[in-house]
Ligand binder design. Sequence first.
Ligand code: PAN
Ligand code: ZN
Length: 187
Amino acid sequence: MLNTEKLLSQFNPVTGEMPGAPMVKRHLSDLRGCFADTAAFEKAAAAGNPLLYSVGAVEPASGAGDLHYGVGLLMPGKIGDEYYMTKGHLHSWREAAEFYIGLTGEGVMLLEDEATGESRMMPLRPNGVVYVPGHTAHRTMNVGDKPLTYIGVYPAKAGHDYTTIAKKNFRCVVVERDNQPTMIERK
Ligand code: PAN
Ligand code: ZN
């Protein structure tokens, strides 16, 4: 059944807003435990609770072959020398891959192979596509000074496992060194 309401969405590539799509908002307090510099985190959290990112999700259908997608907006900023980031997750159905398309701003994605811990930092920029294989934890950082927007497309049955990351975090962090995003091992 071709339900036209579900076939088309319009989003604002600057604000990430998508009329009609449910939007999840994450504030600084939701990211407790994610940043390496806990003193800098507590200082920032004492000063306020800014919006770090939002994701508008489109879930047209949930059959075995269906796709879902989300439009993300990630604000610029840092905690200590670590960039504002998403919580990051693995897909509950581990085989599920995903691709991200950069829309505006300047970001990077941190990818970590669940089995080996091997980590990669990939640029997420306008007109660039980052492919996230299955079994790979992924987190997005805004490394610029303007909002970052992007689309992520994933199998409808992927699911989001936040618990594994909440327990052990990513092996690496992305920090600013000499004005450049730099991936280093977490201490
Ligand atoms: C994305 C993410 C989005 C927000 O749509 O959900 O970037 O990041 P967190 O989900 O880690 O808070 C995606 O990867 N979906 O699978
Ligand atoms: Zn994902």
